[in-house]
Design a protein around this ligand. Structure first.
Ligand SMILES: C[S@@+](CC[C@H](N)C(=O)[O-])C[C@H]1O[C@@H](n2cnc3c(N)ncnc32)[C@H](O)[C@@H]1O
Length: 411
């Protein structure tokens, strides 16, 4: 064994910095995987040109954001709320999955990427090597109940199973399969606050068991209210996992005080098309509905807001009647928020860079109502950044590269 092979070769370290597998490096350098393996182990040396190509790839990867760019994937991407947060800290999106064609339209328009949007995630979780290598996995997976029927059958057959089996047929299972294969340095999963209580807490318990016990990640979660950033009370659960022990403390993360957050006046448009004012018929219906429920002693029904208020949660069904957030108008019936106001309410519009909306109002309301609040994700991403950089770029002997190679060998 020569001296070079005792330490990692310069080639191997540069390849890890470039985030390339042996096979990917072979394609880039137009040599065989066997040759790359020899460069990697130090058995032979690459040409100066090959080394330069590899170094350029590594430089490109670390070019953005104070030399700390990393690669992430955006699953159940919707209109890219999670993506915006991680691009904000210098990440580069290398894969997107979203099957809704209207969401794809909005996504393409706002993130003119170098990659196609993949549709349904399920074929990818069956063949996860088709998903490119990445450092961070982002997913706002839909919450579904887990069936245990399949597990009992497996038990009966005496086959060993883990918690992951409990989640088969759900989109969390697909997410977990991709994590299991790629073992990114970190992941961020986002969901409705209710995920914790879903199915009597069983859903959440299973998710945590899979992430912690089966996949071996250090996992934390926290419900965050968006009111500190936007004039909307919107609580979402964030589940953050690090592959290696990390000093990131989600529970201890200091959040800005909600009471100092902006009020609706900050996002309302000055001039609004009369088509957003409720028709007399709809307004009458909403008032009757509320009166009926008030009489029955419950508080269902529309909510009215003015410029000094903070709105309720915008839902994906806002397009139906807008009843959860109606805006008072002097001498007129109330109106709905416009799609532009929804973009602002969700933090998608940034000064000088309005979010582009080219779909119908109905689709736009659905898309914003399903999304995450962008400044919340930016805040979280910024807080994670130091530990994320440590985990990605200073992992002991580049754990991810090691795992990638073992996987490549196993294929
Ligand atoms: C809660 S939304 C995520 C919203 C996103 N975080 C955002 O900020 O816009 C979940 C998304 O998952 C998508 N989805 C559901 N099942 C899917 C599947 N099997 N493959 C790909 N996308 C899927 C839905 O169309 C929806 O847009």
């Amino acid at each position: 064994m020569n001296k070079q092979s005792l330490k990692r070769s310069l080639f191997s370290r540069t390849r890890a910095e470039a985030g390339l597998t042996l096979v990917e490096a072979a394609v880039l350098l137009r040599v065989s995987a066997r040759t790359v393996r020899r460069y990697d182990s130090g058995e032979s040396s690459p040409s100066a040109l090959a080394m330069k190509v590899l170094q350029d790839a590594a430089k490109e990867r670390t070019a953005v954001g104070e030399g700390s760019s990393f690669r992430f994937i955006d699953l159940f991407a919707g209109i890219g709320g999670l993506r915006q947060g991680f691009e904000h800290i210098g990440g580069r999106c290398v894969f997107t999955s979203e099957w809704d064609e209207k969401c794809q339209e909005t996504y393409r328009l706002n993130y003119p990427d170098n990659h196609e949007i993949a549709g349904d995630i399920r074929p990818y979780s069956e063949r996860p090597h088709l998903v490119p290598e990445h450092d961070v996995l982002l997913a706002g997976f839909p919450c579904q109940p887990f069936s245990i029927a399949g597990v009992s059958k497996k038990n009966a057959l005496g086959r060993p199973h883990g918690f992951l089996c409990d989640t088969q047929g759900t989109l969390f299972f697909d997410t977990a399969q991709i994590i299991a294969h790629h073992r990114p340095a970190a992941f961020v999963l986002e969901n409705v606050k209710n995920l914790e209580r879903h199915d009597g807490g069983k859903t959440f318990q299973t998710i945590m068991n899979v992430l912690q016990k089966e996949l071996g990640y250090q996992v934390q979660f926290r419900v965050v209210n968006s009111q500190a950033w936007v004039p909307q009370k919107r609580e979402r659960i964030f589940i953050v996992g690090f592959r290696e022990p990390a000093a990131f403390d989600l529970a201890g993360l200091k959040l800005p005080p909600p009471e100092l957050g902006p009020k609706l006046g900050a996002i309302l448009e000055d001039e609004v098309d009369p088509k957003y004012t409720l028709t007399p018929k709809l307004w009458q219906y909403l008032q009757d509905y509320k009166a009926k429920h008030n009489a029955a002693g419950n508080g269902f029904g529309y909510s009215l807001f003015g410029p000094d208020d903070v709105a309720r949660t915008l839902s994906a069904r806002y397009y139906k009647d807008g009843s959860e957030i109606l805006i008072r108008q002097k001498g007129k019936r109330p109106r709905r928020l416009t799609p532009r106001e929804c973009a602002r309410l969700m933090g998608f519009d940034s000064p000088g860079a309005p979010f582009r909306i080219a779909v119908s109002d109905t689709q736009a309301y659905r898309q914003f109502g399903n999304a995450v609040v962008v400044p919340v994700v930016k805040y979280l991403a910024e807080a994670m950044r130091p530990e994320l950089m440590r985990a990605i770029f200073h992992a002991p002997e580049d754990q991810s590269a090691g795992r990638r190679e073992r996987r490549a060998a196993a294929r």
